[in-house]
Design a protein around this ligand. Sequence first.
Ligand code: ADP
Length: 170
Amino acid sequence: MRIAVYPGSFDPITYGHLDVIKRAIGLFDHLVVVVGDNVRKAHALFSVEERVEMIRETTTSWADRVTVEKLEGLLVDKVHATGAQTIIRGLRAATDFDYEFEMVLANRMLDPSFESVFLMPNSQYMYLSSSIVKEVVSLGGDAGPFVPPFVERKLRERLGQRNRKMSNEQ
Ligand code: ADP
């Protein structure tokens, strides 16, 4: 059984992530989406549990092929625990490249027994990121082209609460 792990922050899941998930399940028998916090990024908008739940809800039609788990500790340990041989990452514009290259080499030094595979999304998602979606929604824009409707609702709720909290504090 060919198993792959797709790690990321997914804060929140977008159609770009979903595009990578669809491509990955075309190549592997089972995909474990693993959700963690990226120490290089600002505090996440949604908790890890909320992000896991949103991905589960978005991938229900492949529930037999896609499972979603939290990441605690090192990714390489998680990969071993799932029995996977491969790490999947998405590759967008050239800006992703240096960081991804660093990560592959670091993971390889920690454990040389598996490979990283990069999948490119459809061109319409090439410049899509969770950060841009949060920016669009916080400015009152339509996130329909970027995230499923229930994720957009959750974003509006959360960003609305945050904006209200900030204006009460002023
Ligand atoms: P991280 O903080 O680990 O980079 P992200 O949720 O930002 O977490 O991204 C997880 C993975 O999904 C990364 O490999 C990233 O390149 C990829 N990804 C994010 N958005 C897209 C997109 N629009 N198209 C393709 N891959 C994407």
